[in-house]
Design a protein around this ligand. Sequence first.
Ligand SMILES: *Cc1c(COP(=O)(O)O)cnc(C)c1O
Length: 442
Amino acid sequence: MKNQELLQRSLKAVWHPCTQMKAHETLPLVPIARGEGVWLYDFEGHRFLDAISSWWVNLFGHANPRINAALRDQLERLEHVMLAGFTHEPVVELSEKLSALTDKGKSRLGHCFYASDGASATEIALKMSQHYWRNCGSPAKNRYVSLAGSYHGETVGALAVTDVALFRDAYAPLLRPGITVPSPDWRLAAPGESPAAYATRCAKALEETLAPQHAEIAALIVEPLVQCAAGMAMHDPEYLRQARTLCDRYQVHLIADEIAVGCGRTGSFFACQQADILPDFLCLSKGISGGYLPLSVVMTTDEVYQAFYADEVTRAFLHSHSYTGNPLACRAALATLAIFEEDDVLAANRRRAAFLNQRAVVLATHSCVRNFRNQGMIWAFDVDSDDPLLPRRAFAAALERGLLLRPIGNTVYFMPPYVIGEEDMDFLVGQTLAVLEEVLAV
Ligand SMILES: *Cc1c(COP(=O)(O)O)cnc(C)c1O
């Protein structure tokens, strides 16, 4: 009863994101009363395994006792103060800790600029890059290069470097044209071509773009290792190594959008570490607060920071959001980083991934499954089917079986919280197989 009542009220009063609201005439909303660990519960005792970490944000489960305790403590001290002209312990400590994590001996990303959402982090990185070149006397460097299938958020600036027609087309008149280069997604490799060889071929295409146009290009923006919104498109780290070299050669900034892939998701804390490179800008959001509160960070180098450090106010980065560096969100992030340290999370995730890979052989070898792939705590496979309703039917069938899946096109993926246990991984694979059989049977 409570379920039904709440979803009726929601449909009247709430405009839900990324949704054709009319679709809810046939596909019910899912009311959630509470969460615990990897499980979400409705008001009537049904539960759903959150196999996509609530849109890729949750790391250590819902209602995590350690993050809850940190937030309760912070709540008693300071809920918020503006960050212009003021500072506080959580934001200082978080900036120091994040910078230390980027340390590569001679270089590090020593300066953290804050916002609330991923898209704002993208906007900040784009603006900072262009403003850097302006401050350095190269105002013509103001265009951006992004990969085919890229996703960097949906505000107007971020959408201009996002290559998803469904999100872009309606707003095309608002968007400043960017430059798109081929994606190193290894599914696009020629027969017999290795992911690394294909990455090298795509890096050549990147050079063919940068060489003639670099005088007007500010930055290349990439999602390192996994283009999640493109359907968990994965590439070899060789692409990132070569992109770093090319960006140096042509004086173009490298922006790593680690909003989805940062915080251990790909197996290392930052995805860029697997290519042993540092970007000029690194964007974090989603998992950084453990999936608790909106928080995003753009990290950058001393060199960029110094280009803004001057007597003239117009050389400064005059960008702000009201909740920039919110103490509660920073405190949730500190509690999240503490769990990484205390529990040796990256090593534990390697064991989790090995277990899930072994159990998922039934999916990987299914006759209708193509391109089964895994990177850290991300799994994905493509389903052979011409049914345009497949994603929606799979979503509904999974819910019936106590599983929250949200396929992207024909790609089914898992991005579970880092606290998923063996029993729950068995449930995940078993129910996914059942969902697959069910949606393919029609
Ligand atoms: C989710 C996402 C964004 C946008 O973040 P929001 O918080 O949704 O604005 C940007 N880039 C990538 C790679 C993302 O996955």
